[in-house]
Design a protein around this ligand. Structure first.
Ligand code: CTP
Length: 401
């Protein structure tokens, strides 16, 4: 993995170990990795902004208020522009503030605002490292996906011996390289099945029962998952939109064909069932076109239930994907019906949306969804279907990590 062209946002907290930071920056710059440094107030006691500015060949940021100038980059942008956020040295104090979600200076504000992976390199006295508070904070951060390098064992500045020394700069660089290699593609090596679009249930060779699903949301989810490195098998009903790039697509018409294609695509690590499958098909579909005859009554269409694809794939068994995500489109009592659907269909998550009159969601380009999991529900803001898809893909990547 080459670090050339990558950008690291380096947060330097206060601690004697900060003396190793210039060497860390030098190693990163040697590989043409861009570094933007942010010093906490305490960090600036151990390493000067000027030395970091020279080494990073970049402006060094030291507090929140210097960013309020219109010409400066806002703190959100500063964290978004990076590929990875690294906290080195990470003191017990900054780890506690991260775990608690405190944003009281530039460094902690960036850490709370970032959507990028975070690597911490702890450095502190061994008793502070082993204190239950620090142990609990590290567990909280690990559960949120924060990566750790070190600390090493050895003699510390305080003359005590144990774990607490900042990892050596080459080890930190190696951890950065390993994280960046997987950071963009957290779903690499994973296989995900997605259904999308409506199904068409024939009445006769020229007529069918259908619904208003455009397939936009399901196709956007397939694309977003592929972008994160997953191998995606998309089983699509008849839609008027293009196949998403980088995705294996099976085109089907009916619910029965969709179920067969889904079964054929297993095993999968996750299944996302976004298709608006017709609940019923015509039991007595005609092989020949039904003809009108003067005075004759309209044909009687006997309906029979279609298989429920989501329920079938979510049923316990060796081929059940680890994570099964269903959708619920409701016009009223959304959360109650959606939670009921989650349990009844045996899926892990339900993406619920309100498709009531006036929402312009079904067939539209925007969506406003609620994610229901075992833990409860989250309201996501109304956004483009692509944005909703990217957010769901990131959540799936976290769940499968
Ligand atoms: N679904 C499916 N196969 C079906 C019907 C639905 O896989 N035959 C999936 C959809 O892709 C979606 C979820 O089930 O993920 C919810 O679909 P919905 O039609 O809203 O559920 P129903 O059980 O039909 O509920 P309702 O009582 O609202 O009709």
């Amino acid at each position: 993995m080459t670090l050339a062209g990558k950008r690291v946002l380096l947060i330097v907290a206060g601690g004697i170990a900060a003396f190793k930071v210039p060497e860390l920056v030098r190693l990163l710059r040697k590989q043409d990795c861009g570094v933007t440094a942010v010093l906490t107030k305490a960090g600036a006691q151990f390493v000067t902004p000027l030395s970091l500015q020279v080494l990073t060949e970049n402006k060094v940021y030291t507090n929140l208020f210097s960013l309020t100038d219109e010409n400066e980059m806002g703190h959100i942008e500063l964290s978004r522009a990076a590929d990875l956020v690294v906290v080195a040295p990470a003191t017990a104090n900054i780890l506690a503030r991260m775990a608690a979600g405190i944003a009281e200076d530039l460094a902690t504000t960036l850490l709370l605002a970032t959507d990028k992976r975070v690597l911490v390199a702890p450095a502190m006295n061994v008793r502070m490292w082993l204190h239950p508070a620090t142990v609990a904070n590290m567990a909280t951060l690990a559960a949120r996906g924060v990566a750790v390098v070190g600390p090493d064992e050895g003699v510390m500045a305080c003359n005590e011996y144990g774990f607490g020394r900042l990892a050596e700069p080459p080890a930190i660089v190696a951890a950065i390289a390993a994280l960046l290699a997987t950071a963009d593609k957290p779903l690499a090596g994973k296989h995900i099945l997605v259904t999308s679009g409506p199904t068409h249930e024939p009445i006769d060779p020229v007529r069918y029962i259908a619904n208003r699903s455009s397939g936009r949301q399901g196709h956007a989810i397939a694309a977003a998952l592929a972008e994160l490195g997953a191998r995606v098998s998309l089983v699509s009903g008849p839609v008027g939109i293009a196949d998403p790039p980088g995705v294996e697509v099976r085109h089907v018409e009916t619910a029965e064909q969709m179920l067969a294609a889904c079964r054929a695509a297993l095993p999968a690590d996750a299944g996302v069932f976004a298709a608006a499958v017709a609940d019923w098909r015509v039991a007595n579909a005609a092989d020949l076109k039904l003809k009108k005859a003067p005075g004759a009554p309209p044909p009687d269409l006997a309906l029979t239930p279609n298989p429920d694809i989501l329920t079938t794939i979510a049923a316990p068994g060796p081929l059940r994907p680890r994570l099964v995500v269903g959708f619920a489109a409701e016009t009223h009592d959304l959360l109650r019906y959606a939670e009921d659907k989650r349990r009844r269909k045996g899926c892990d998550w339900i993406v619920a949306n309100d498709v009531g009159a006036g929402t312009a969601i079904m067939g539209g380009t925007e969506n406003e969804v609620h994610l229901l999991t075992e833990a409860g529900f989250e309201d996501w803001p109304r956004a483009g279907k692509d944005e909703v898809a990217r957010r769901l893909a990131r959540r799936i990547a976290e769940a499968l990590a």
